[in-house]
Write a protein that binds this ligand. Structure first.
Ligand code: ACO
Length: 558
């Protein structure tokens, strides 16, 4: 029964051209849409043996889950979570790497109507406390990992809202075993009705993501969010029903939502998950070859790392479509990839705040350096700081406009319990992404850079203020400015310009010490890979650090 679900949500799914698609694609959002019942359980009902997930790791473990398996296991977990007192609107944070339990947990919480916070394994105690306190986290579900569980245990005394800690993939003293919860939970679960049913406006998911100032912001997605990813999966990644799709991402990132669950399952594709201990480019290439993946997506940095291997040695001919997003893809990379594999890489663009916004859709010939054209779900415009629309060839900020006319399905609905910031950001006519771009006369968009201080490095989004705060906690540092600096492999890296305290001298040892200090104080991926000791920092009259000046001196526009 091909495309059974897509046809339910979209009046039309086949198009003749990009123009036809841009004009006529539509999603009809059902009332009280719930991904767990309306997608997972629905596939289990109509095609019980349909494969949902093929999972493997670095230790010869491999498991296949059908939609029926995910449906039953999530029923069990929903019952166990409920027995632990987790109900509709409660918040559960998951640090599960790419373990299969993540999928079961996400679906179970969706069934209950609870809110999930996916988080990366690199979080420190401080990050966990901050998230637990600001979102009133009631339970933690974590992978059995000494670092992860250790940081959570350190965070518990300052996180009084956390009532339960659950460990997956092992057992630990003081932690409830995930396996035992699965065993104990009944497989009978009835979709709640009335007040207990989820509404489209309820919060399904919160991502914490870096901004320019302060700690990470809590970006809220409603229960409608998964539908927005139909565009991401079907028309950008071009996933195929019953074929394997792989997106490389830890479950803590929005990229996981983009590539490993929502749109893929709505399209009936099988998610391929490789729960790697560490990213080893050769092993990833081997998996693509061995499992004959049909569609593949990874951040540009991973393609750059793979290109340092002997790519020609691998048979990647099963892959019909390669995609990328997360940071700009250099033209040289896409050209080198095409030379070696015969396929171009299709770039997409978006943020944690929504599904794919611009992409090289199927009818569009990829242009090196371009991220493609707008998704039909969004009224994308390039605007100047006064909200005026820019012409072809002119630089403007990418904005999602006409929010008041029709709020696009999949776009975030605000910041958790922060109505002021929500109103300022998405409460008006348009949402400004603060990403600068220009458009050519054929309608292709080209990324220029951020017009704020947020750093994109190796596909990560890093707020300079968090790193500066970590640095000034060290006695050697009087002041620090954190900016992006270009890097051939990682795109950008974090650079710290530091004024030392009296009595401290620049040295390689001190650089290492400061880097390790940041790794311990804030998530390790944020540490400055370049450290420069300076006598003074460029400042405004008001004393604010002019990060832009440092960036420009390093050759970065904007
Ligand atoms: C569209 C989107 O949303 S994109 C998706 C979101 N982003 C991503 O998925 C990120 C993609 N990028 C990556 O995964 C990585 O950068 C990779 C795999 C490409 C490269 O990985 P690595 O170079 O090994 O590390 P990474 O960039 O994560 O940096 C983390 C650093 O902290 C270190 N580190 C990691 N965990 C810890 C820890 N618990 N304690 C101390 N140090 C740690 C790492 O060793 C690394 O330091 P090093 O380079 O000095 O060895």
């Amino acid at each position: 029964m091909a495309n059974h679900l897509l046809n339910t949500f979209c009046p039309r799914i086949d198009f003749d051209s990009y123009e036809d698609f841009a004009e006529n694609f539509r999603i009809d959002v059902p009332e009280n849409f719930n991904f767990a019942y309306d997608v997972v359980d629905e596939w289990a009902r109509v095609e019980p043996d349909k494969r949902a997930l093929l999972w493997c790791d670095d230790h010869d473990n491999e498991r296949t889950f059908t939609f029926t398996d995910i449906s039953r296991l999530s029923n069990r977990m929903a019952n166990s979570f409920s027995a632990m007192g987790i109900g509709k609107g409660d918040v559960v944070m998951c640090i599960l790497r790419r373990r299969w339990e993540y999928w079961v947990t996400a679906v179970a919480l969706c069934k209950i109507g609870a809110t999930i916070i996916p988080a990366t394994l690199q979080l420190t105690k401080k990050d966990i406390v901050y998230r637990a306190q600001s979102a009133h986290v009631k339970a933690m579900v974590c992978v059995d990992d000494d670092y992860v569980c250790g940081e959570v245990e350190k965070a518990l005394p300052e996180s009084p809202s956390i009532e339960s800690v659950i460990v997956a993939g092992g057992t630990r003293e003081g932690w409830t075993s995930y396996e035992s919860l699965l065993e104990e939970g009944s497989e009978d679960w009835v979709r709640p009705a009335g007040d207990k049913a989820t509404k489209n406006s309820d919060i399904m998911l919160i991502y914490f993501t870096s901004g320019t100032t302060g700690m990470a912001k809590a970006v809220c997605h409603s229960f409608v969010h998964p539908l927005g990813h139909i565009i991401t999966a079907k028309y950008w990644q071009q996933v195929q029903e019953d074929r394997l799709h792989m997106s490389v991402s830890d479950s803590g990132w929005a990229k996981f939502g983009w590539g490993k669950i929502y749109g893929q399952w709505i399209c009936g594709a099988t998610v391929f998950a490789y729960d790697m201990d560490k990213f080893v480019p050769a092993k990833l290439l081997q998996k693509i070859q061995d499992y004959k993946l049909t569609t593949f997506c990874a951040p540009p940095t991973m393609y750059r790392f793979m290109l340092q291997e002997d790519v020609e040695r691998y048979d990647l001919s099963s892959v019909a479509n390669f995609a990328t997003a997360g940071e700009p893809l250099n033209a040289e990379v896409t050209l080198a990839w095409e030379r070696l594999t015969g396929k171009k890489i299709r770039e997409g663009f978006g943020q944690t705040e929504g599904p794919v916004l611009l992409a090289t859709f199927p009818w569009i010939e990829p242009r090196p350096g371009s991220m493609g054209k707008p998704s039909p779900l969004f009224n994308i415009r390039l605007l100047d700081e006064n909200g005026n629309e820019m012409d072809d060839g002119e630089e403007g900020a990418i904005c999602v406009t006409k929010l008041k006319e029709a709020y696009p399905p999949g776009l975030f609905v605000g910041y958790f319990q922060d109505p002021k910031r929500t109103a300022e950001t998405v409460g008006g006519e348009y949402y400004n992404l603060h990403d600068m771009a220009w458009r050519d006369s054929d309608g292709y968009y080209f990324f220029i850079g951020r017009n704020d201080d947020v750093i994109k490095c190796s596909g990560y989004r890093i707020g300079p203020f968090e790193v500066e705060s970590a640095l000034v906690e060290h006695p050697a540092v009087v002041e620090a400015a954190v900016t992006a600096a270009p890097d051939p492999v990682r795109g950008m890296v974090v650079k710290a310009s530091i004024i030392l305290a009296k009595g401290w001298e620049p040295s390689d040892d001190l650089v290492k010490e400061l880097q390790n200090h940041v790794k311990k104080t804030t998530a390790p991926y944020k540490y400055p890979r370049i450290v420069e000791f300076v006598d003074e920092l460029p400042k405004t009259v008001g004393g604010k650090i002019k990060r832009r000046e440092i960036r420009n001196a390093d050759g970065i526009e904007g």
